[in-house]
Design a protein around this ligand. Sequence first.
Ligand code: THU
Length: 140
Amino acid sequence: MSESENDWLNNLIRKSAEVRENAHCPYSKFRVGAALLSDDGTVYTGCNVENACYPVGVCAERTAICKAVSEGHKKFKAIAVITDREETVTPCGLCRQSLREFQIKSIYCAKATPVNGKYEYRLFTLEELLPHSFGPEYLL
Ligand code: THU
């Protein structure tokens, strides 16, 4: 990976780490941040927002997607997701389906803490996370 490619990605992951600070997760205490890169370079961030009525809670990835779509963006290049765990955590099933809706094909799952300013991550494709998926083309 080239140096400039690494920079945009590290910046995207850093934004996911920043918004993780805003997570509202008094029940799980499991903070999640996401940063969604749209095709024009705009970044939409999101955190998990839990609720005393547990099922009402929303994941970080879907917060970011809803923010972007409600601002008029539907084309994306990538998403970065981060938790507080020093291991790879991948998006839940509901979020995978939301990523599928908008063909968000590159999913960077970062470890919690940067090493010398660089976040470690694993890249997953949508196809890896949600093979044989259901999508809008069946309905449109
Ligand atoms: N969570 C996310 O934000 N994204 C995921 O993909 C997995 C789970 C949140 C939901 C809940 O607030 C907390 O993590 C524990 O499940």
